[in-house]
Design a protein around this ligand. Sequence first.
Ligand code: PLP
Length: 406
Amino acid sequence: MTKHKIVCWDCGRDVVDMYANTCPHCDGLLTIEVDLEPMKALKPKDLHREPIGVWRYHGFMPVDRKHAVTIKEGGTPLYKTQALGAEVGVKDLYVKYEGANPTGSFKDRGMTIGVSHAVEIGAKLVGCASTGNTSASLAAYAAKAGLDCAVFLPAGKVAAGKLAQAMFFGAKVLSIDGNFDDALALARKMAERRELYLLNSINPYRPEGQKSVLFEIMDQLSYEIPDRIVLPVGNAANIWAVYKAITELMEVGWIDRMPMLTGIQAEGSMPVAEAFAAGKEDFVPEENPETVATAIRIGNPVSGRKALRAIYDTGGYSTSVTDDEIIAAQRLLGRREGVGVEPASAASIAGVKKLREMGVIDPGEKVVCICTGNALKDPDTIMENSDPVIPCANSLEAVRKALSVQ
Ligand SMILES: *Cc1c(COP(=O)(O)O)cnc(C)c1O
């Protein structure tokens, strides 16, 4: 197993409790320090004997691969866009398509590591509060591991595809009469009682798996470092994970500069973007977040302070986009590139367009957008925003008329 320890990101103390989600001393955020000494003797191509995917990078991961609970997550395509790049004014625009993961979102990268750890420590019941994708992913990995699973969803606020997945994989699905933050508070209470192993992104093991998206991007670009990586920010664990991966590659000497991490939020849910605009290192939570991008409808981002550190330290940026901009970007990606993503994922594309117009992004930059989830997660939003189906009589004449064939 890769040697590692859990440390408090705030007070720096070591944490020995394998169940801990916050620091027992100061209630601070936790992080994991992996011993990277063995990796320093290697080069990226030394890992290429293994197929691309999360477990190629097990030397950076704090679990024993003997306990791996895997359904072959990661290894997602990196598309070089053409029409889309031209449309938003960035020549070298890439899309990392996380919708191609087993349950259709990047959450699988974190869950393979988180659930493997749950097995290592002998947990029986795993659980999470979720805006949808975390629960869909956890339910699948719990099924694979043979663990019981409970998911806490805010009532009426979860996209159909995600809810269907959690139900399908056999989780106990609780619809909590409250918002996401209420659902999370309840799940955390269960975890404090040791009655449930919590796999929200406050769990320090999950971001470890999510680091792999950055390792893959680097492999897929043959280690030509992109100037900028753009991603949507909700609870803000993913941007933190990408940052942590960058710092680890610097530490092992595989890269010598950092891409600018650029976090995009939705206008109705933008505590991190607001803090960035004010130059602050902490954010003010938002009471009633609202956006069509349900995966980033988060008022009180658990890892918000970590996200701000990631952005400042890489010389990155943060801004917000409107729901209309998100829907337009989602459509553009579908219609120009044939790539289907859910609204939250499209926030990254909308963000590039806006930052290009603002002059923050230079047209000559090499930019990678992480498109976090699959279009099929939220079919209702797609159908509301697409051209309606065309009723048509059962005749050739009617078909030709409907298709305007002369
Ligand atoms: C979870 C999720 C996000 C937000 O990621 P955070 O780590 O919470 O910032 C964005 N898009 C999709 C599709 C997600 O599932």
